[in-house]
Design a binder for this molecule. Structure first.
Ligand code: LFR
Length: 488
């Protein structure tokens, strides 16, 4: 029996088919499409109709391939939304979170409700692009459209609405808005009221595993699909990725490694304390009532953007050559704080990294190998700090770190991470997000009993590579001390 998962990530969208046979899940890619945001003047948008077109191309390909899926689920990154008018039409083009419109909005918002009170109410980390600040920004610059709107849908909810015609919000993604409260497990009326934002826009909530509708006649006619159910999954991609961690023991530490690095652990109740607030940890809703205590680290965005610069300059960086190029550079030559705000959306990532090193009196990396080594070592050291902080917040010691997601294809990073934390890294699966999306569907369909069994299935079905820490523990510890001085 098979299920379908749409997983829309920062560089591409995918339609995956998963077949559960003999206690193993076999995953195949049916369709891959570009998901580059579109810049118009100074604004950065989702190309939503193009994505919708590609989703239907994918469904048609699944039919042509002879697949007979029993359900569909969808996940994308968090915080972005679209608005529907009274006729159910999309109003304008949804903004991408790396758009400039939220600059300075978050700090100003604290004059209305303090940072402490927002954290107490939501348990969510402060990122300038959270939906709360996007909404405040829209209310200031474009109040007419908010007034005209009837429904706000987060991006996976919006694309699911295109599939089913039904308007629901899904819990894991709703929690990332910083407009949702774990105390009541619903939209935070007090925050909507305090910021004078229209709570009437917020749709009823579904939990992962709930049925969210069936494919509309328009979709079945156009694609040839049967009118199968669409199931709410962990529609926040990170929620799905964490669901797919093949951990045998709980609690465990994970790192969902892609454009962002999301490092933390699962908890039963949110950890909303002064310490988690100071360290800017988040408590995002997970699947089956869990919470994901984690921290966002800027991640492979630093490398992807540097590669974009080199591509633009006609000197493309080759992954094949990465090992050699990095190997010839002295270790720990220059370190950066990956989470410095200047790296969130710089015009030129290479220059931003070089400027950071100059400003902090370190050698300025010049070659591609030097830049890449600076990025990867700094990420690995940031992982160590976040892992240690996670342990302090929950009072546990983790034996190692599970890494999932596309970023684990970067073997140098996985090895450096094991070296930095001085413990093993278990890397796999690469398609964590898509697999987590499917697992929730399979549980909802009664094909898998629960999340524990689902994780055992992943452990059986996927290759997990172990990276043992190297013997150079001292060098990493000295570098870690330097890193802490730089970032704290
Ligand atoms: C990862 C992710 C993170 C979220 C960021 C922006 O893809 O969903 O969890 O903080 O993207 O939405």
């Amino acid at each position: 029996m098979t299920v379908l998962a749409f997983d829309l990530g920062a560089s591409s969208g995918r339609l995956l088919v998963g077949a559960l046979t003999d206690g193993c899940l076999v995953v195949k890619e049916v369709h891959r499409f570009d998901n580059t945001p579109v810049r118009v003047h100074d604004a950065l948008h989702w190309d939503v109709l193009k994505l919708w077109h590609e989703m239907k191309v994918g469904l048609k390909k699944a039919v042509d391939g002879g697949w007979k899926p029993e359900s569909i689920g969808i996940d994308t990154w968090a915080v972005d939304y679209g608005l529907l008018d009274r006729q159910g039409q999309l109003l304008g083009h949804p903004f991408h979170y790396r758009d400039q419109r939220t600059k300075a909005v978050m700090d100003n918002a604290f004059q209305t409700v303090s940072r402490e009170d927002i954290f107490m109410e939501t348990g969510i980390q402060f990122l300038e692009f959270n939906t709360l600040y996007q909404l405040i920004s829209q209310q200031q610059s474009d109040p007419e459209r908010l007034e005209q709107a009837k429904t706000l849908l987060m991006m996976p909810d919006l694309l699911r609405y295109f599939l089913t015609g039904e308007t629901f919000a899904e819990r894991t993604n709703a929690s990332t808005t910083q407009c949702w409260s774990p105390k009541t497990e619903t939209w935070s009326k007090s925050l909507f009221d305090a910021f004078d934002l229209p709570i009437r826009l917020m749709p009823p909530l579904l939990a992962p595993g709930d049925k969210a509708g069936t494919l509309t006649a328009a979709v079945t006619e156009e694609t040839g699909m049967d009118p199968i159910p669409v199931i709410a999954v962990g529609e926040h991609d990170t929620a799905s990725a964490v669901a797919a961690v093949p951990a045998k023991d709980t609690p465990f530490a994970y790192l969902s490694c892609g454009t962002w690095s999301l490092l933390g652990t699962e908890v039963e109740t949110p950890v909303i304390t002064e310490q988690s607030a100071t360290w800017n940890f988040t408590n995002e809703a997970g699947v089956y009532g869990s919470y994901r205590l984690l921290k966002n680290i800027m991640g492979l965005w630093l490398l992807q953007e540097s590669m974009r610069v080199w591509e633009r300059e006609g000197k493309p960086f080759s992954f094949e050559k990465m090992n050699n190029e990095v190997a010839v550079v002295a270790p720990f030559r220059s370190l950066i704080d990956p989470d410095d705000p200047r790296f969130l959306k710089p015009a030129n990532m290479v220059q931003a990294i070089q400027q950071y090193c100059a400003d902090t009196n370190q050698p300025v990396p010049a070659t591609q190998g030097e830049i890449v080594r600076t990025i990867l070592e700094s990420l690995a050291l940031a992982y160590r700090r976040t892992l240690e902080r996670t342990e302090q917040l929950v009072g546990n010691t983790f034996q190692g770190l599970h890494m999932v997601g596309g970023g684990i294809q970067n073997k140098v990073l996985c090895q450096m991470t094991a070296n930095a934390i001085g413990r093993p890294v278990w890397a796999g699966p690469i398609e964590g997000t898509g697999i987590g999306n499917m697992l929730v569907q399979l549980i909802a369909l009664g094909r898998i009993e629960d999340l524990q069994e689902a994780r055992r299935i992943v452990a059986r079905s996927e290759t997990v590579t172990t990276y043992e820490p190297s013997k150079e523990a001292d060098a990493w510890t000295i570098a870690y001390k330097r890193f802490l001085q730089l970032v704290d």
